[in-house]
Design a protein around this ligand. Structure first.
Ligand SMILES: [Zn+2]
Length: 289
């Protein structure tokens, strides 16, 4: 039936047939079947070893995902999780435009093409890039922004939503607006009792090792960090390749080396949750609602 209907999640399959609504013991087996095509199982599969998570990153600019989280995105895809990215603008207002001497429209096209390379390199499950005005999100009606974010979260139904920490790391006004909008929408979804959006993860830097970090970037004290997401050397290399796809940003990247600031793991604060010592994965110890 999965093949016939094209369903690739339990929820999609349940549209066609009632199963696993109460005891859910079959879910790990069905999930493995949807992933691998196996229909016979000679071992017991528990929920934790079969768990395939879904994460939606929401950032304002092309490259925000690669200036930090990229190695973790690579890790999750390698592990079989689904990684979605929503980018609100095409990043046309960048100061790099003057250096390149091109129009805003041309810049937007260039950065959109660069993002498509990033999506390929990181093997993103899906990427949506909107055309909201770069550098001007604070001028927009926040209710309109919230509607856009809400619709995407309701469509993707991610386990984890990720965006910037309160200070936006670089303090860019678009980062601050995105944080506020996503947090408000997340809180509304939680209040409505949804079974998805079980965690809001806020990307930040660790205050512990500030060596080599550009002085305008903000971090978080270690005791407030709930997750230091680990990754392999290969994941890091993939993250670096994604970053390198932003050819128009090469000078900035070479100067700041953003992935060196996350070399010990990508740090997140979880909104409304506390983990000390920090977890090593964004999907660990997820609450069920
Ligand atoms: Zn940005």
């Amino acid at each position: 039936m999965a093949r016939r209907t094209g369903a690739d999640t339990i929820e999609e399959l349940q549209v066609h047939r009632d199963f696993g609504l109460r005891c859910r013991l079959c879910h790990p087996y069905v999930r493995r079947m949807l992933r691998t095509g196996e229909t016979k199982f000679d071992q017991i599969i528990t929920e934790s070893e079969s768990f395939m998570g879904r994460i939606l990153y929401i950032f304002p600019h092309p490259d925000d995902e690669s200036f930090g989280p990229a190695p973790v995105m690579a890790r999750h895809r390698r592990e079989g999780h689904e990684v979605f990215l929503l980018t609100l603008t095409r990043g046309e207002a960048t100061s790099q435009r003057d250096r390149l001497g091109i129009s805003k429209e041309e810049m937007a096209d260039v950065r959109y093409r660069e993002m498509q390379s990033v999506a390929r390199i990181l093997d993103l499950t899906d990427m949506t890039v909107l055309d909201l005005p770069d550098g001007e999100l604070e001028q927009l009606d926040p209710l309109g922004l919230e509607k856009i974010v809400r619709e995407k979260i309701d469509e993707v139904r991610p386990d984890v939503v990720a965006t910037y920490m309160t200070h936006g790391v670089s303090g860019h006004p678009d980062h601050l607006v995105t944080h506020a909008v996503v947090k408000h929408v997340y809180s509304e979804i939680r209040r409505a009792g949804a079974t998805y959006a079980r965690r809001l993860a806020l990307f930040t830097l660790s205050d512990e090792n500030q060596e080599g970090r550009p002085s305008h970037l903000r971090g978080t004290p270690n005791e407030e960090i709930d997750c230091i997401a680990s990754f392999t050397e290969a994941d890091l290399e993939r993250g670096k390749s994604a970053l390198a796809a932003y050819e128009t940003y090469r000078e900035v990247i070479d100067e700041h080396k953003p992935l060196e600031t996350v070399s010990k793991g990508v740090c997140f604060v979880f909104f409304g949750e506390r983990f000390q010592p920090p977890l090593d994965d964004l999907f660990a110890d997820l609450r069920s609602f």
